[in-house]
Ligand binder design. Structure first.
Ligand code: 1HE
Length: 282
């Protein structure tokens, strides 16, 4: 955490004080955009493979409700060797049907607030990315996987069903057909297979995920905030709407973005050869 003399650390100190031990937060200043920061959120229940109990999920909700305004991107990771083993099964046995619905709807609201929150979220996936852990990862905007990552939906074996928005988000990433296979057969996909089918955007060596995520978060911070807003909030809605409504929404969003002074300054910089060119892939 930043030192207490830094005024930007005040909101975080306040936020961190109310969090459970299973959710840790650290602010990282971002050099590419002075005055901005990346918030690293760590699921810290390694002894339970970062299984998502109610306290942890509510802790995540509290963080996303109260992001400091200087934060332009979030990196979400798991402590230890795993991202998350999914729903904490020890809490499940106590729930009746009504409580089960309420629990699932709670996850929906919290994950929706992550996907359609204030800033892009980059998840660092490693080891187990299972069940509700995979659902949480799917609410992030970018997924960086380490080669240790593996993906499974063992709900079928446990006699339950996805409840954290998985049946909405996962088919949009990998298709209904692949999700059906994962749920009916309990198939586990390794990191390479996950990368090939679109579960992750980036695949890196073990131990390199956080650095890669921070590097990508730096790029996000350097974007015009209006563009990030459009990508987070307009793009997925346009992609889900009928084409005619989509084209209209796109036009409106494009006009709003280009009308912003930030866009005008960036385009002036490019024309004056002060802005970097697009580079070939490395
Ligand atoms: C847990 C959980 C959990 C571990 N809930 N406690 N998710 C699953 O069905 C995955 C269940 N977990 C596993 O298959 C394995 O634990 C792992 C492959 C992830 C890791 O194995 P391993 O050998 O490294 O660890 P472990 O010894 O199995 O687990 C360490 C401890 O974490 C142990 O507790 P302990 O008190 O005996 O030390 C485990 O019981 C505990 N643990 N995973 C509770 N998930 C909104 S709907 C979403 C529905 C789902 O997410 S279904 C998928 C649930």
């Amino acid at each position: 955490m930043q030192d207490s003399h830094d005024p930007t650390s005040a909101p975080l100190t306040h936020l961190a004080a109310g969090l459970p031990p299973s959710v840790k937060v650290v602010l990282v200043p971002e050099q590419s955009a002075p005055g901005t920061q990346i918030l690293v959120i760590t699921l810290a229940r390694a002894h339970k493979r970062n299984a998502l109990d109610d306290i942890t999920v509510l802790g995540l909700a509290a963080v996303f409700e109260a992001l400091p305004t200087t934060v332009r991107a979030v990196v979400l990771e798991g402590e230890g060797e795993h991202f998350s083993a999914g729903l904490d099964l020890s809490e499940l046995s106590e729930r009746d049907i009504a409580a089960g619905i309420a629990h699932s709807r709670l996850w929906h609201r919290i994950f929706e607030n992550i996907q359609f929150g204030q800033v892009p979220v980059i998840a660092v996936l490693k080891g187990a990315v299972i069940g509700g852990g995979l659902e949480l990862a799917c609410a992030a905007h970018i997924r960086v996987a380490e080669t240790s990552a593996y993906y499974a939906l063992p709900e079928g074996q446990r006699g339950i069903f996805v409840g954290g928005g998985g049946s909405v988000r996962l088919p949009r990433l990998i298709g209904v057909s692949r999700m059906t296979d994962m749920m009916l057969t309990g198939r586990t996909h390794d990191a390479e297979s996950g990368q090939a089918m679109g579960l992750s955007h980036y695949l890196v060596d073990v131990g390199k995920g956080r650095d890669k995520a921070l590097q990508l978060a730096g790029k996000v911070c350097a974007n015009a905030p209006m563009t990030n807003f459009a990508v987070m909030h307009a793009l997925p809605r346009i992609a889900e709407s009928d084409p005619a409504a989509g084209y209209l929404t796109e036009s409106l969003m494009a006009a709003i973005a280009q009308g912003d002074e930030e866009a005008k300054r960036r385009i002036r910089d490019f024309l004056a050869k002060r802005a970097p060119k697009v580079r070939m892939p490395e």
